[in-house]
Every structure is written in C-alpha cells, then in structure tokens.
Design a protein around this ligand. Structure first.
Ligand SMILES: *Cc1c(COP(=O)(O)O)cnc(C)c1O
Length: 226
C-alpha cells in the first residue's frame, strides 16, 4: 500500500480528539511530501540535525514534533520552529530548552516523558522524579517553556496485558499530575502514547497523540526507538 493509503486507513480509525503524529525519522523528504499532499500536517522526528534539514526544505505549515532523546547541545537546531517536544526527561534539559527559547523570544510546548516500559534502556521520569521537578524552585522561574502533558513508550511486546498495564499507568500519571499541579491549566491536556503496534490500545486508554511511523512509511532501515 502507498503512504497516502496507509495514512487514510489509519486516520479513518482515529476518534475525534486523537491526533496523528506521522513519525518520519530516517525517511526521505519525498515520503514526507507524499503524506503532506494527502493532508497530513503533524510530523515527528527524533534527530535534531535531520529535523533541521527537513524543516528547511519542506513546507512551512508543517507542525514538527520532536519525539527522540534530545541532547542539550542540539536544542538550537529546533528551538525556533518546534511545535511540541515530547521527550523532556530532566529539569536540566528543561532549563536548557527554556534558555534557548528565551533567546528566540518563543514559548515552547513540552511533554514530560515517563518510563513506563519494562526495558531498562528507555528514557523517562518516574512519578517521584516528576514531582521533584515540578516542585523545584528552578522550575517555577522558567518563563519560556510550557508543560502540556505526558509521553511514554510502551514495551516492545506482543503481550497485550502488559501493554494495557503500561498505558493505564501513564494515564494514571497524567491524571495525578493534572490534579496535583495543573488543575487550573488548559494547556496540560496531551497524553502522547501509542505507536504502530499499539496505538489502538493507547487510544482505548485515553491517548490524545499517537506517534505512528512504520505503519505509514514502511519499516525503517535502522531503528532507534529503543
Ligand atoms: C520511532 C518512534 C515511534 C514510531 O514507531 P513505529 O513503531 O514505527 O510506529 C514512535 N515514538 C517514538 C518515541 C519513536 O522513537
């Protein structure tokens, strides 16, 4: 099936309120353009320099989301145009994003990434670490970042029960943070979970942003999601 057929098939299954992030990391610009011409506007990338090049070359009404591990020295490649950074996993990173955002006079929307999978190699905060971050004096001083929700990556497994537990856990974390820190905020509303293999389960658990790559663009030659 073509990229546009894949896209339309997936989009037809998404309920209202769930947005699709087309994960185009490692894929060539013509593939992104094919999805763009089929109406897709939100694309997810996980390498800052690759994203910088694609942003320069491709239509300017694309909404770029950063979904990978972000090194502080790479923030400058994406800060002026990034719509959402899904992968904030430390106060240190948030402070650096804030610093770069201030230089550009922008406020950058961010999600806190949580470690919900059993694999040890995945990045992400625990609930306690997130509480420490949100309660820190330094966090309160940050004027150029806005926390808009949470993100997590489920285990790479065929065990539906396990994936269900992990997504239920992330939804619980979202609800807890919303109640304890963001009750009055309209911005804190995004629950980014679900990829090609598990986005339907994620939607059943309240996902608002599904990040789907290979089901749209085909398998990647190399895969860095874990
Ligand atoms: C690569 C990646 C995806 C997309 O994975 P697919 O299985 O190809 O849909 C989603 N989220 C993150 C964080 C990724 O790195």
């Amino acid at each position: 099936m073509s990229i546009s057929e894949n896209l339309n098939r997936i989009k037809s299954t998404l309920p209202a309120g769930v947005r699709l992030v087309a994960v185009s990391k490692t894929k060539p610009e013509e593939d992104i353009l094919e999805a763009y011409n089929a109406g897709q506007r939100i694309f997810g990338e996980s390498h800052a320099q690759e994203l910088k090049q694609k942003h320069e070359d491709l239509p300017k009404d694309i909404e770029w989301h950063f979904i990978g591990h972000l090194q502080t020295n790479k923030i400058k490649y994406i800060i002026s145009y990034i719509s959402l950074i899904h992968s904030v996993d430390s106060l240190k990173l948030l402070v650096e994003i804030n610093k770069e955002a201030a230089k550009h006079g922008v406020v950058v929307r961010c999600l806190l990434q949580f470690h919900i999978a059993t694999e040890e190699t995945k990045f992400g905060l625990t609930l306690d670490e997130a509480r420490q971050l949100l309660e820190s004096d330094e966090f309160r001083t940050l004027q150029n970042v806005r926390i808009c929700g949470v993100m997590g990556i489920g285990s790479l497994t065929d065990n539906t029960e396990q994936t269900n537990r992990e997504f239920a856990n992330l939804k619980q974390i979202f609800d807890t943070l919303k109640a304890d820190y963001f009750a009055g905020s309209d911005d804190f509303k995004e629950l980014s979970m679900g990829m090609s293999g598990d986005y339907q389960l994620a939607i059943a658990h309240g996902s608002t942003l599904v990040r789907v790559g290979s089901s749209i663009f085909g398998q990647r030659v190399y895969d860095d999601k874990h």
